[in-house]
Design a binder for this molecule. Structure first.
Ligand code: MN
Length: 289
């Protein structure tokens, strides 16, 4: 299934070039009260909702996908985990260019570990990326994103993929500079997720997927998830030794070589084989409050 969120917090199933409105399924989620759970309620109950979604699909209102605003397919991830330098050729390009590493400690990922991006930085592709500091260099990073499907801890490799709800295309937008990654990669809108959540029944193996990124039609990044240093299973093993993983938690798996700057007005197109594509515009700084 391709599950999307669109418009005014509607829930949709993507069917070809259409979206089917299945928002009624949200009524079946358990009622919540303060304090709210620190995981995503929809992803936590997704497998129970599959039969309901299949039923709703038969009579759902249908509209062209091209006419809707796509939101982040996961509304409330408890955490956004991300892998630094997880493709060999990206590690080499970072080490070769001082403007990329700013004397930050660049290590093999097993030494560098993972980092967290603020959940408040998350948007869907229709929101665009609003430039935080126009005088600073901001780069694009296309990444395969894993959406965790169940609560798990100390996961072993052979069980790792059973903890996954699905996959998305992600952009880990990054201000270059000397600050901690968590600061440079967490301004509002610097985490883009979409276009939908593709459930694992439609993508059993995330380990051999082409991924590309273009800016204004020019190809900047082109690689394959087979080039990951730590693959999806290894990232889940690694992350779950430190954090209890919860439904809706996101793991940005790292970006391949070819990162580069974007500017206001640029149109970014990101693609991952089998999942889908994102079209994201770089826009002027927006006041978010
Ligand atoms: Mn990244």
């Amino acid at each position: 299934m391709k599950i999307c969120r669109f418009g005014n917090d509607r829930l949709g199933l993507v069917d070809g070039s259409d979206v089917l409105d299945v928002t009624a399924a949200l009524d079946l989620l358990p009622p919540t009260q303060y304090p709210l759970p620190n995981y995503d309620l929809l992803v936590a109950h997704l497998s129970e909702l599959f039969p309901v979604l299949d039923q709703l699909r038969l009579t759902a209102q249908r509209q062209p996908l091209s006419g809707v605003r796509l939101l982040s397919p996961v509304a409330n991830p408890g955490k956004i985990i991300a892998a630094p330098v997880n493709y060999v050729k990206h590690l080499e390009e970072v080490l070769a260019d001082p403007t990329l590493h700013h004397n930050n400690h660049i290590n093999h990922i097993e030494r560098a570990g993972l980092f967290l991006k603020a959940t408040s930085s998350l948007v869907g592709m229709s929101a665009g990326v609003s430039f935080n500091q126009s005088e600073r260099r901001t780069d694009h990073e296309v990444e395969l994103v894993v959406v965790i499907g169940k609560t798990c801890k100390n996961v072993e490799r052979r069980d790792a993929l059973s903890c996954v709800a699905g996959y998305c295309v992600g952009l880990d937008m990054t201000i270059r500079g000397p600050e901690e990654r968590s600061m440079r990669k967490s301004p509002d809108s610097y985490t883009v997720l979409g276009p939908w959540l593709l459930t694992t029944d439609e993508l059993p193996d995330p380990g051999n997927l082409k991924l590309t990124l273009q800016v204004n039609g020019e190809t900047r990044q082109s690689s394959n998830t087979s080039q990951l240093i730590l693959d999806v299973e290894a990232l889940i093993e690694f992350a779950s030794r430190f954090y209890t993983l919860q439904p809706g938690d996101l793991i940005f798996t790292g970006t391949p070589e070819g990162v580069g700057p974007v500017h206001v007005g640029d149109k970014v197109h990101a693609f991952i084989e089998g999942i889908g594509e994102l079209d994201v515009e770089i826009i002027e700084d927006v006041k978010w409050v």
